[in-house]
Design a binder for this molecule. Structure first.
Ligand SMILES: [Zn+2]
Length: 466
């Protein structure tokens, strides 16, 4: 229910003379969002959680002032979820938007004359004019994070009468400032991983096996030194005849002074973690991790590519993601079969390209519990049947029917019955025809792990043989 009595201004009968406009707001504001009235100066109008004594309520939005008829802009790209002629506002839109980090939120634009192309389901673009300010001379702008509607199922709610209940509404100005619409690529400074004092100007230097190496002098006076990268440990001099390990000059960038040098590390560290290594078939796995440099500084707005490979040799792109403000990314993928997955960093600039370690995921088939006749005769053949999803792309595959008998209060294994399931193209049936002696029994179907799928057992079905 929505109480019209709570409108903060008197609504005149609105003769909407709004004409379609492709115009856009002049420029984005904080976080590259377009502010609904083109400015983020709200001039003392009621913000989030302002108490209104007149009706004993707390305001759950930011009121953004503008003259009657002023353009109202979409803060970002989005989809119209609700388009209301009144709802206490004299016109209101609810738009689903998404942040650069992939978070959805719903924004309420209240007290507006709605523009054209603002029917439910219409798409809007960032900065697009979606309406005009009505006689209230301000836009009531509220944000409710997530795709789901508030618990009271009121997507228009602008205030609360109960101080402890926000129904999930947040401070819209703070939210937009904390969650940018666009993240520009920003790499951290190249990290110095070794800083070494030397007796003279170092010439050959590099890093191998966790140690930093350098050479001083030439010919007969040449000396080579090594020191651990990990700590400020002792410097050791290597014998004249000791061979220098091959130095990774691509990865480590030297800066040499008369009596010292530093080395910067160009290799980013890209981690990858799967939310599940064996999701149920048809369900997405979320791959997430971080992109940081050698000293843990994060890459913001870096483009990452999700790749899969059946053999670990040839890789193909199946998705992409961007790192957020904390260097973290998250991307979903639905594996159809057992496959290796990795993520790759594609915008190296001063850094080297980087790959995560691959991880393997394999979907679990869905197996229905076996269906057994209500009456099973001892030593008579009977039929056990059930379904497997998906159908097996490699053709019929073995399914084990695992049978157990109740003996002295415990379940004891009975020799397994093997069956194959028949691929009908849509639903696959497994079917077995065992004979069993009298007793109390249970049976389940077991799909063993194979090249394409993870293993999966059905639930048990109990039955009696008489
Ligand atoms: Zn308001």
């Amino acid at each position: 229910m929505f109480a019209r009595l709570t409108i903060a201004c008197a609504l005149a009968a609105v003769a909407c003379a709004f004409t379609p406009s492709a115009a856009h707001a002049v420029s984005p504001g904080s976080g590259r969002w377009y502010w609904p009235v083109g400015t983020e100066n709200f001039q003392g109008w009621d913000g989030y959680w302002v108490y209104r004594a007149s009706n004993h309520s707390w305001h759950m939005a930011q009121d953004m002032p503008a003259p009657v008829g002023h353009d109202v802009y979409a803060v970002g790209d989005g989809t119209i979820l609700e388009s209301g002629a009144d709802h206490g506002y004299g016109g209101v839109l609810v738009v689903l938007h998404k942040t650069a980090e992939g978070k959805y939120f719903k924004a309420v634009y209240g007290h507006i004359w709605r523009g054209s192309h603002t029917a439910v389901g219409d798409k809007v673009t960032a900065g697009q004019v979606i309406g005009r300010v009505n006689e209230c001379r301000h836009v009531h702008f509220g944000i409710h994070p997530g795709k789901a509607y508030p618990p009271d199922n009121n997507p228009y709610r602008g205030h609360t009468y109960i101080k402890s209940k926000t129904y999930g509404w947040v401070d819209p100005v703070k939210y937009l400032r904390a969650n940018p619409r666009i993240l520009d690529y920003a790499a951290p400074a190249l990290p110095v991983v070794a800083s070494v004092e030397t007796m003279d100007t170092a010439t050959v230097l590099g890093v191998a096996d966790g140690e930093v190496y350098w050479t001083i002098g030439a010919d007969d006076a040449k000396a080579t030194f090594a020191r651990s990268l990990a700590d400020d440990g002792e410097t050791r001099e290597l014998g004249a005849d000791s061979a220098l390990p091959s130095l990774d000059a691509t990865r480590f960038v030297p800066a040499v002074a008369a009596n010292s040098f530093t080395l910067a590390d160009r290799l980013p560290l890209l981690t990858l973690k799967a939310s599940s290594s064996s999701p149920l078939w048809g369900h997405a796995v979320t791959f997430s991790g971080t992109l940081k440099n050698a000293v843990g500084a994060v890459f913001v707005g870096a483009t990452l590519v999700l790749e899969t490979s059946p053999d670990g040799l040839s890789w193909s792109k199946v998705g992409s993601a961007k790192t957020g403000l904390a260097g973290a990314y998250s991307v979903g993928y639905v594996p159809a079969k057992r496959i290796s997955v990795r993520v790759r960093f594609v915008a190296p600039e001063t850094y080297l390209p980087a790959e995560s370690r691959p991880t393997t995921v394999a979907p679990r088939p869905a197996i229905a519990a076996p269906v057994v006749p209500s009456t099973v005769r001892e030593e008579r053949r009977f039929t056990v049947v059930g379904t497997v999803t998906p159908h097996h792309t490699a053709g019929p595959s073995p399914i084990m029917l695992h049978v157990q008998r109740r003996v002295s209060g415990t379940w004891r294994d009975y020799p397994l019955v093997t069956t194959t399931y028949r691929d009908s193209g849509s639903a696959s049936l497994y079917r077995g025809s065992p004979t069993l002696p009298e007793g109390t029994w249970r049976i389940r179907a077991e799909a063993p792990r194979d090249d394409l799928h993870a293993g999966k057992n059905s639930a048990w079905t109990g039955f009696k043989v008489r």
